[in-house]
Design a protein. Structure first.
Length: 709
């Protein structure tokens, strides 16, 4: 029997779903979806459920081991658990509660051992915990219910029913009542019916003669692991499993809040290695002759009044413009070919519904605002917000293409439009670029994939060659951000080799004219044959970024660093105390919670660029406890909420570390006392064996007097 892990089942292979979206429930869901970032790569998928356990959080989260490569988890700062549809945060974890299990697909693996148990830093909110079934609950014929966080749809939780057809100590097999699309269910709990106790963890599915069969890990392995928690129940940080994962401990960086970014970028699954993905700024060249470091405190105003007991909220922007030039021209190049019509797998337009592909792609997706093209546009708009109009011009080019057809013939998949279009010439009026992006999304996808013309048109605009409409700037540094979800299918028909060579010739032209191309390969098709985008970046001395799940492009863009800072600190100069929380955004924006005392406080922000250039900014504020909350500007509310949530997590983790230190101190004292008792017992035994009487008080003094001269 070949088992297919649920998280790896291709959408095209999924059976027609028999599920109906679950109506609003009277009870809270029991499952959530885990997310984390490994180095710079976002990871997400499957389901996790929650079980009550001793400790301050009161619960642990359980999911499969095969969905979380231990080597990836070691690189993660934390794992976030979110509801599937509403995206509400349930909890967060920075450590494992027990020793990690072994994926069943690994050599010597079995279903029973395929699990991970996360210690939670915060008590879970918005979900219910589930009871584990006592021993020997799984019997052939037993009715069961399977819960999962669906990969799409409007429900936070769905369920399917079936019965156990096979039960032994290592694996359970379940037959479903009706066929179902179980994408997103992997790691979900399997509950005994009636009763509702967890008897197993959903691991895999395969088609059987009489319907869909599920591979389930018996819950006995989890129960045994829960009986032996790590570090006395406090759990062990992810980085503590580096040796077990065959890795060195993840490196840290001096850049505030970006420790995970120091990890090396992962090679694409195709095996094509990319030496262009090393860390470094997307703008600005190494060995810069000059650096302009811009630093500003946007909130609060100088002389402002704050009353927050948790600390003063400070926000601003720090941006180092590196390179031989102080001006930049950036061309956004978007793939608008017909394949970008497909669903991205994410709620891009944030309307609460994740668009889905319909049967065979004959009909449009259920929500066009969640297409791959929509994800490209959203990522481009987010990148646009990272630039400074005082130093950077931005333009927009799109590409698709049509097959050159003989007269009188009809070609499916072609386009009446030119293979590449300048949607917006280079400008510092970013509103025009944003409007152009909206028009691209409204027009929608069309045609094939002519990457070559996309690159060439971008070069014409950046360099001022014939055919371009942008005014050239000979002194600017020129950069292309190239987004695509596929492989080149033009300008040569049915000739992948010639199409790739054509792209590389265009990339070589970019290199010779000092234009750098950073590529983003979005989705499985782009990564099945990534040679064009990998080599395009390498040849032009750019950076290649693989994005396996199209919807993750927004998270990837969040992790791109445009600020070019090595260090950012915020401090209360009056108290000589640093910020208690600091968040540094990719676009140079930052926010901090700073401790304050009643009366006047001077807050100082210091920034240092990679070449050592430094800048400082100060603001004086008055702290008046009880004066009532100050009004936070609407554009900064989300940043302040992020800081407050981070503060809650930090306090929780601090208590864990303090408890760990206290427990370790008690353990050492007990070991010392036990060792002392053993030594005294051994000394008494030796005295008896050597017939040595213990020295009585005063006896030694008499001997000293006898030996005195």
């Amino acid at each position: 029997m070949t088992w297919l892990p649920l998280l790896r089942l291709a959408p095209g292979l999924a059976l027609a779903s028999g599920l109906a979206a679950t109506a609003a429930r009277a009870v809270e869901p029991a499952v959530a979806r885990p997310h984390f970032v490994a180095g710079t790569e976002p990871r997400a998928g499957g389901s996790a459920f929650f079980v009550a356990a001793p400790g301050e959080a009161g619960a642990v989260a359980i999911t499969t081991a095969h969905a979380f490569a231990l080597g990836d988890l070691v690189l993660a700062h934390e794992v976030k658990f979110e509801l599937a549809s509403s995206k509400e945060r349930v909890s967060v974890s920075s450590r494992l509660h027990a020793e990690p299990g072994k994926p069943f697909s690994a050599q010597g693996g079995r279903l029973r051992d395929d699990f991970l148990i996360f210690a939670l830093d915060l008590a879970p909110r918005g979900v219910r915990t589930l009871p584990l079934c006592p021993r020997d609950c799984a019997k052939v014929g037993q009715r069961v219910k399977v819960l999962g966080a669906p990969a799409s749809g409007a429900a936070n939780e769905d369920d399917v029913f079936g019965h156990i057809t096979k039960a032994d100590a290592d694996a359970l097999e379940v037959a479903l009542d009706v066929p179902a699309d179980l994408r997103g269910f992997g790691g979900g709990p399997v509950l005994r019916q009636p009763g509702g106790e967890v008897i197993g963890i959903l691991q895999a599915q395969w088609p059987g003669d009489d319907g869909l069969r599920l591979g389930v890990a018996p819950i006995d392995g989890v129960r045994a692991a829960l009986a032996h928690p790590l570090e006395g129940g406090l759990g062990r940080k992810f980085a503590g499993f580096a040796k077990q994962a065959g890795l060195a401990a993840p490196a840290t960086t001096g850049r505030a809040g970006k420790g995970a970014r120091a990890a090396a970028a992962e090679a694409p699954e195709s095996g094509v290695l990319d030496d262009s993905s090393s860390s470094g700024p997307l703008l600005g060249k190494a060995g810069a002759l000059s650096t302009e470091l811009r630093l500003a405190i946007d909130y609060p105003d100088d002389g402002g009044i704050v009353s927050d007991a948790e600390g003063a909220f400070v926000a601003g922007r720090a941006l180092a413009l590196l390179g031989e030039f102080r001006r930049f021209d950036v061309m956004l190049v978007l793939d608008t070919s017909d394949s970008t019509r497909a669903a991205s797998g994410s709620d891009v337009n944030e309307n609460g519904v994740v668009g889905e592909d319909r049967m065979l792609g004959v009909f449009p997706i259920t929500d066009a605002g969640d297409s791959i093209l929509a994800a490209e546009v959203a990522a481009a708009r987010r990148v646009l917000q990272s630039f400074d109009a005082r130093s950077t011009r931005v333009g927009l080019v799109t590409f698709s293409g049509a097959v050159t057809a003989p007269s009188g013939t009809f070609v499916v998949g072609g386009s009446a439009l030119p293979p590449a279009l300048t949607q917006q010439e280079l400008t510092t009026d970013y509103r025009l670029v944003d409007k152009a992006l909206v028009r691209v999304l409204e027009r929608g996808p069309e045609g094939l994939t002519n990457m070559t013309e996309g690159v060439r048109l971008a070069l014409r605009e950046l360099k001022g060659y014939r055919g371009g409409i942008s005014k050239p700037d000979p002194e600017s540094e020129k950069v292309v951000l190239f987004f695509t979800d596929g492989q080149p299918t033009l300008p040569y028909e049915n000739s992948p080799q010639q199409n790739v060579r054509s792209v590389l010739r265009a990339a070589d032209q970019a290199r010779r004219t000092r234009v750098t191309i950073h590529t983003f390969a979005i989705g499985p098709e782009a990564l099945e044959g990534p040679v064009a985008v990998v080599e395009m970046a390498r040849v032009s001395r750019g950076r290649f970024t693989p994005v396996r799940k199209p919807g993750d492009i927004l998270q990837v863009i969040e992790n791109v660093d445009f600020a070019n800072l090595d260090e950012l600190t915020v401090e209360n100069q009056t108290l000589k105390q640093p910020a208690i929380e600091l968040v540094q955004k990719a676009d140079g924006g930052f926010g901090a919670l700073v401790p304050v005392q009643p009366g006047r406080n001077v807050i100082e922000v210091r920034a240092r660029a990679s070449d050592g250039t430094e800048a400082r900014a100060q603001v004086a504020i008055q702290h008046l406890p009880g004066a009532g909350p100050a009004s936070t500007p609407p554009e900064l509310v989300a940043l302040r909420n992020q800081l407050l949530e981070k503060r809650i997590v930090t306090l929780r983790r601090g208590r864990i570390e303090a408890e760990r230190a206290r427990t370790e101190g008690v353990r050492r004292e007990l070991e010392l006392e036990a060792e002392r008792a053993r030594a005294e017992e051994r000394a008494a035994q030796q005295r008896r064996e050597l017939k040595i009487e213990p020295v009585r008080e005063g006896e030694g003094e008499a001997e000293d007097e006898d030996e005195a001269p």
